[in-house]
Write a protein that binds this ligand. Structure first.
Ligand SMILES: [Zn+2]
Ligand SMILES: [Zn+2]
Length: 295
């Protein structure tokens, strides 16, 4: 006789909420994930289906649905170092390195950390500086001077190495543009998890920046974001997960990973009225142009 109490419906729902969603239908034309945090995903969520090499499992799961390349994004010295090492040995991974705008103000020695980032920026498979930028949502007044100083330093490093700048902009659109204007923007600027409206998108497009759309574009409340996507030309559009965060509809509340990119890119094709295969081809070409070849 089974003496274990059976799992209640509520318990089962709670357990499933933490599980990775099922894999979507594969894409016909491969695309890449312009912004993911494999280290944070593995640390916080484990790995879909278990296994003893969780990072490899996440990369393989993505490749199976046509997401055959990804950009691993650093948020502090340790994660930047980790990403650079992964990219150096993995043909499907390129890395970017940075101190996250919410991280920079908390560091005991910002200058020393920036020196470490600059050293990593020289590595051949480190293809960008990011994520850096401004976040007035999570960093209060006291942290803002250090946050802005760090952003300015990342802009300078990106220009010294001729590498793209990957910007995190949360509730700081105009200040991000102000700092870019004051410093002089690098040749290539990517706004990761683009969160502006049509007007801000138009300004970024005019400046030649790339707009990277995340799962947020599928959220019911994201009308402004969809309007922004509509006026972003395909040659300035990227798609990302920001995994493990920002899981697209209909999987909100569950962890995100690069294998869910097809959900977001299909939504982007629908919203913009573009052909899915053509959009994937354009985004792939943007990736090779912006970050350089993976292989
Ligand atoms: Zn971010
Ligand atoms: Zn991120």
């Amino acid at each position: 006789m089974n003496t274990q109490p059976s799992e209640s419906r509520k318990q089962r729902a709670a357990r499933r909420a933490g599980e990775f969603p099922p894999a979507p239908e594969p894409l016909a034309v491969p695309v890449f994930d312009s912004h993911t945090h494999l280290d944070i995903t593995v640390h916080e969520q484990g790995v879909p289906g278990g296994g003893d090499d969780p990072v490899e499992a996440l990369i393989t799961a993505a490749a199976k649905v046509g997401v055959d390349r990804l950009v691993q994004v650093g948020v502090d010295v340790a994660s930047s170092r980790w990403g650079a090492a992964l990219a150096a040995r993995h043909p499907s991974v390129l890395a970017t390195v940075a101190l996250h705008p919410n991280e920079a103000p908390t560091l005991p020695d910002l200058d020393e950390a920036l020196r470490e980032i600059e050293t990593l920026a020289a590595e051949p498979r480190v293809r960008g500086l990011g994520e850096t930028g401004l976040d007035t949502f999570r960093t209060g007044e006291a942290g803002r001077p250090a946050q802005e100083r760090s952003f300015r330093a990342h802009i300078a490093i990106a220009k010294r190495y001729g590498k793209p700048l990957i910007i995190h902009d949360r509730d700081a659109h105009q200040d991000v543009l102000r700092v870019l204007d004051e410093e002089g923007a690098p040749d290539t600027v990517v706004l990761h998890c683009f969160s502006g409206d049509a007007e801000f998108a138009a300004e970024c497009v005019r400046r030649g920046y790339l707009l990277s759309f995340a799962g947020t574009v599928t959220f019911a409340s994201a009308g402004d974001l969809r309007a922004a996507a509509v006026l972003t030309p395909p040659e300035q559009m990227l798609v990302e997960t920001d995994a493990p965060y920002l899981t697209p509809v209909p999987h909100r509340g569950r962890p995100n990973a690069s294998y869910l990119i097809p959900v977001t890119v299909r939504a982007l094709a629908e919203v913009t009225g573009r052909d899915l295969d053509a959009l994937c081809a354009a985004i792939s070409a943007n990736g090779e142009r912006v970050f350089g070849p993976w292989r």
